[in-house]
Design a protein around this ligand. Structure first.
Ligand SMILES: [Zn+2]
Ligand SMILES: [Zn+2]
Length: 407
């Protein structure tokens, strides 16, 4: 079997070295012309051997990189200094190379007909990466690095991208009047105005802010977002096992989170409780948001006039198991497209009925507008409880009792 060096020399034997003319190449740039041949060698090793075997002259500044590859150590040190303030388990290095250098390289490949060459950018990334691996004692990570250092070789500068931190959990909302996410003031858009009392938001707090606060305090993040498996209304409680969510912390300085302390801090508020907290990844967000889990609700309804038990039971059962056509409700029409869609109610149970007051347990497909199912939304939801009874219905309270997700 041929040794890696034999393979590299074999690849070099087919190149017309005379065509280099007076252009001097450093060992690394020379070796990179056959960089994909001979596993485990450095390009400088390949280059040294090619130079000897094929009599490629040495000396003078490198026509291709002009000494750039001699600066790998400096780039690694710049990168290390920029990464130092951030806690990370995994990292990746990228680099920007002067377009003129890349263009020279490509023209040389085509002139020589080099088919096993490696790009200078790829060598820089690897060589800087190797030094950082040794410095931080952890391997470079290509799929989901915590931090990415981008070296701009033309300006000797490094910029760091810090990827977000994600924590999965389930929340229960124990009080009414709190939105799921921070709701910027409609009038000022968040800057703070008279309408919002300078707060820049419509509500004092939100499930998002309550959950994110202790995680932000621990991680020193620059911002946050909450991704929920659906959302409940501002005035609805979220009970049962709670709603699955992923909280996203942007640009965390620290990534070690004491999840038990987060649970304790959130639960102390008495407004929101969290459970099942665990580290998550960004790609889980889409799946979570798209989950079409069925949900169960408790709905307290006030009827405009008392109805008999039998009539109520008939009306309720007429809504189960047949498509409910729902045009986008008036209350959300300012932020959602106007369209009609069908949803299925799989069960309704009358848990309390006292003349004009009714309590229902409703189980419905994801995305069902339950308030509208009850009051009919002026004929935009058909059929509805109000329509089936012929009596106006008002939703007094609505709580989510369970989210039947697979997790
Ligand atoms: Zn060079
Ligand atoms: Zn405002």
């Amino acid at each position: 079997m041929a040794s890696p060096m034999d393979e590299a020399l074999e690849a070099g034997s087919s190149l017309p070295w005379a065509k280099l003319g007076g252009r001097a190449l450093c060992d690394a740039c020379l070796g990179r012309l056959v960089g994909k041949a001979g596993h485990g060698l450095t390009n400088a090793e390949r280059g040294g051997a090619l130079r000897e075997r094929f009599g490629v002259p040495a000396g003078g500044p490198c026509w291709l990189c002009d000494g750039l590859l001699g600066e790998v150590r400096k780039f690694a040190e710049l990168s290390a200094a920029k990464l130092e303030p951030w806690e990370f388990r995994t990292f990746l290095v990228g680099s920007k190379v002067d377009p003129e250098v890349a263009a020279r390289e490509e023209s040389l490949w085509s002139e020589l007909g080099a088919t096993q060459a490696e790009a200078i950018k790829s060598e820089l990334n690897r060589e800087i990466g190797k030094r950082l691996e040794a410095r931080f004692r952890r391997p470079a990570e290509f799929t989901r690095p915590d931090v990415v250092a981008i070296v701009d070789t033309a300006f000797d500068s490094v910029s760091v991208t810090v990827n977000p931190l994600f924590v999965y959990g389930r929340y229960r909302k124990l009080v009414r009047g709190i939105p799921q996410t921070r709701w910027p003031c409609r009038r000022c858009g968040g800057k703070g105005c008279e309408h919002c009392g300078g707060k820049g938001k419509m509500y004092e707090t939100s499930v998002e802010e309550i959950i994110a606060a202790p995680v932000m305090a621990q991680t020193g993040g620059s911002g946050h977002a909450l991704h929920g498996m659906g959302r409940e209304d501002v005035d609805a409680l979220m009970l049962g096992r709670g709603r699955p969510f992923i909280v996203e912390i942007k640009e965390p300085v620290r990534r070690t989170v004491d999840l038990m302390a987060v649970v304790a801090a959130v639960n102390r508020t008495g407004q929101v409780e969290v459970a099942d907290l665990r580290p998550a990844t960004g790609d889980r967000v889409v799946a979570l948001k798209e989950d079409r889990a069925r949900k169960s609700y408790r709905v307290l309804v006030r009827l405009e006039a008392p109805v008999e038990d039998g009539k109520l039971k008939t009306a309720v059962s007429s809504l189960v198991g047949q498509p409910i056509a729902q045009r986008t409700p008036v209350r959300v029409s300012h932020r959602r497209a106007d369209r009609t869609r069908e949803r299925l109610v799989t069960a309704i149970e009358v848990s309390r009925h006292d003349g004009a007051t009714v309590e229902l347990r409703v189980t419905a497909e994801a995305g069902t507008y339950v308030k509208e199912l009850v009051h009919g939304d002026g004929g935009r939801t058909i059929p509805s409880l109000a329509g089936a009874l012929g009596v106006a219905c008002e939703v007094v309270e609505l709580d989510v009792l369970d989210i039947q997700d697979s997790g």
